[in-house]
Ligand binder design. Structure first.
Ligand code: OSB
Ligand code: MG
Length: 369
């Protein structure tokens, strides 16, 4: 049992070290909403992955802050819960907004694991003390620049290279990278930039031995993905289209994809992420842990989730130092040779750098019952 005595909401803005270009546009900074739940002598931390503008999915930071302040936090403050899954009693009837709800759920898991004195991954049923990671590389200005940035990350030992693509920037960069690195595990991510009318273009990618093509079609579509998968040799990987374990079941049953990118916040938290993992395993489909350019708080959550057994493909949870000059947590989260150590210690195993966070916070609010 744990009781939630109080909560804090903090929003910080971190400049990205690189220009991250995708089919959505260009990103140069990250706005990070952080939630701290206060329990009996311990705190639980989480991070929101919704965006300023709804590009990836429909949720926004402003919408999430409203829901936390006015709807979710008032229903959990001062209450006692048997375990994190019992939060469904308070929040389960609200529709959608899974990233906003995940902030509460994930902070509750961290709080619960810290109370029990165990690492979150262990509590979720994971058994690894390190996880394999790859890297997600934005669209570069040229083929040469793409090969160069891939080279740098291959040399750092990353176990998989993912290239962002969009119509007009797909076969050329992939051909150039494959020619330079015949043996690397290579994937592409279109972030929903194509339609079935582009089937010919996407079929051309079958020649490059890609491990998968991530989310080529619409964010809310499974049917067209199934039609496309029927015409490609390369497995499709679903990202945006999977907001729940039921979506995962439908997608795999339809053969709309053969791999799932699990993002814990996208599906509403760790309990649902674990159900996605379990369903994929029942279908014999591998999963991997995606990222949303998280700060150290979300990154640590992702690393712990990745310790579950069916996370058999490298995730996007690359070294925090790639993204930021200064992170919001005190502990470094650094991969060595493409292997990320799981933070040891209770909960997510990282602590908030309070001085830094409070100095740059654009929002800092406390909530009591
Ligand atoms: O589609 O996986 C995606 C970042 C923001 C939104 C969507 C995606 C991504 C990434 C980056 O690919 C992964 C990372 O480095 O965190
Ligand atoms: Mg993706």
């Amino acid at each position: 049992m744990f009781r939630i005595h109080a909560a804090e909401l903090l929003v910080v803005r971190l400049p990205l070290k690189f220009r991250f270009e995708t089919s959505f546009g260009v990103q140069t900074e990250k706005v990070v909403p952080l939630l701290v739940l206060h329990g009996d002598g311990v705190q639980g931390l989480s991070e929101g992955t919704m965006e300023f503008a709804p590009m990836y999915r429909e949720e926004t930071i402003a919408g999430a802050l409203h829901l936390l302040r006015e709807v979710y936090l008032p229903r959990i403050l001062g209450r006692t819960f048997a375990n994190p899954e019992a939060l469904d009693d308070a929040l389960g009837s609200f529709r959608g907004n899974r990233m906003a709800r995940a902030m509460v759920e994930m902070a509750a898991w961290d709080l619960w694991a810290r109370m029990l004195g165990v690492p979150l991954g262990t509590l979720l049923g994971g058994r690894k003390d390190s996880v394999e990671v790859g890297v997600s590389l934005g669209i570069q200005p040229s083929e040469d620049a793409t090969v160069e940035v891939v080279r740098r990350h291959v040399e750092q030992g990353y176990r998989r290279i993912k290239l962002k693509i969009r119509p007009g920037w797909d076969v050329q960069p992939v051909r150039a990278v494959r020619a330079a690195f015949p043996d690397i595990r290579l994937t592409v991510d279109a972030n929903s930039a194509y339609t079935l009318a582009d089937t010919g273009r996407l079929r051309a990618l079958d020649d490059f031995d890609l491990t998968y093509i991530e989310q080529p079609l619409a964010w809310d579509d499974l049917v067209d993905h199934a039609a496309l998968q029927g015409r490609l040799r390369t497995p499709l990987c679903l990202d945006e289209s999977v907001a729940s374990a039921q979506d995962a079941r439908k997608g795999l049953a339809l053969d709309a994809g053969r791999v799932i990118n699990v993002k814990v916040a996208r599906v509403g938290g760790h309990a649902e992420a674990r159900r996605v993992h379990d369903i994929a395993r029942a279908f014999g489909a591998p999963v991997w842990c995606g990222g949303m350019l998280e700060s150290g708080v979300g990154r640590a959550h992702n690393i712990h989730l990745s310790t579950l057994p069916n996370f058999t493909l490298p995730g996007d949870t690359s070294s925090a130092s790639r993204y930021w000059e200064t992170d919001v947590v005190n502990e470094p989260l650094e991969a060595q040779d493409g292997v990320m150590p799981v933070p040891t210690g209770p909960g997510i195993g990282v602590t908030l750098n309070r001085d830094f966070v409070e100095r740059i916070a654009e929002v800092q609010e406390e909530f009591h019952p």
